[in-house]
Design a protein around this ligand. Sequence first.
Ligand SMILES: Nc1ncnc2c1ncn2[C@@H]1O[C@H](COP(=O)(O)OP(=O)(O)OP(=O)(O)O)[C@@H](O)[C@H]1O
Length: 470
Amino acid sequence: MNTPTIKTRFAPSPTGLIHLGNARTALFNALYAYRHQGTLLLRIEDTDLERSQTEYVQQLMTDLHWLDLNWHEGPQVGGDNGPYYQSERNEIYAHYYALLEQQDAVYPCFCTPSELALARKLQRTAGQAPRYAGTCAYLSQAEIAAKLEQGLKPTLRFRVPRGQKIEFLDLVKGQQQFATDDIGDFIIRRADGTPAFFFCNAIDDALMGVTHVFRGDDHLTNTPRQIMMLQALGLTIPQYGHIALIVGDDGTPLSKRNGSQSIQELRENGWLAEGVVNYLARLGHTYSEESYLSLTELANHFAVERLGRAPAHFDEQQLRHWQQMAVLQASATRLWDWIGQTVAAQVPHDLQTQFIAAIRSNMTYPHEALHWAKILFSDELIFSPEAQTVLAKAGSDFFHQAIVTLATTQGNYPEWVKQLKQATGTQGKNLFMPLRAALTGEVHGPEMANLLPLIGLERARRRLQANIMG
Ligand SMILES: Nc1ncnc2c1ncn2[C@@H]1O[C@H](COP(=O)(O)OP(=O)(O)OP(=O)(O)O)[C@@H](O)[C@H]1O
């Protein structure tokens, strides 16, 4: 028997800029699809007409491409199951509403938002879980006609069968069971005619042939509702995996609504996509490989059994760690692309490769490259307070000897410090620090042996000379 090709999907609502939580959902769906040579589908859930914006659609696609999460089916690439924007699928939805109406699985509900709010309040006061009381569940055809006649706009509710259990095996959380008696009849079409999330999300997964849905566990309680609808329509139910949400410092889940740091912001602040992806892949999924992995390697080692159930905390320190790993891994071309033109313009062309090699392990953000380019290639040097202290302590004679030995050793750094040590009798910190401070203005930084050739002998001599008094 042929196993059906695996198809996963990312189905964001374009109601804000995507954040790390959304991106991780996209990543896990991508990794699973890539791992199994399956299909990753992108669907835009733009049914919330008030909050959805075209610019968010464009931006989320830019963000996904930036993360190198490329989909095989969906906007920009097409496919056999479009349209991939839910706002363009109303005719399809109408067909399925009609099928549900034919089976009396749905009914129009004329309750107003304020009536519903009051009912919920009363239920809560009585210590009951708020759910739709079924007020409109058994209106006669005549009653419905009369209300429509008055111009009332009903929602459409799914009639939840009573006394049943909905069970499914969640790929992450294991066996799940929900009693239908705990679920109120729910809205599948809003009063303005737009489809509700439960409905179009489930219908589209089935119609688009999605086999696996990895999503945040904020959707777990939606799943029994979606399963009931798909069952009523005889549509195929995908396998679901609900992953614990990523929470921020305040303990609340990252969300578009609470201004969580967006992927766009991360990019603009100099984070590297490869680092972000390595970090996210390990947030809610364990890898035995602790080193940096390419996207292909991340996919090859991705396994459903390794998805965790505990909430994942966003930890900027960890993100920084993976950023450093990514910087160490990146090709020089990739790094130049990231560092940008301003820095490239400061670094002489023939020294660009050496420059990257020298500063790579001391650089986490692109602005650090600019910092080192200025130190190495401009005539003006700014001295940190620590450097000033070190320089004052070293004294003029030290720098005098440093100039003499620099000339005799001609840029051979180990030989230079050896000769200077002999000439001055200084060693250890007292030998290395004044050189670093005089040549870079700082007391920390990349290996001096790699910096000296970039500074050049003439500039180095001038910098040493500047510390000789009188
Ligand atoms: N904090 C989070 N951690 C992990 N996944 C998340 C988080 N927030 C949302 N997701 C997941 O991202 C996917 C896309 O969700 P959606 O576009 O509805 O974003 P959202 O951030 O939940 O939006 P909103 O803030 O409008 O509720 C869903 O699978 C959702 O479960």
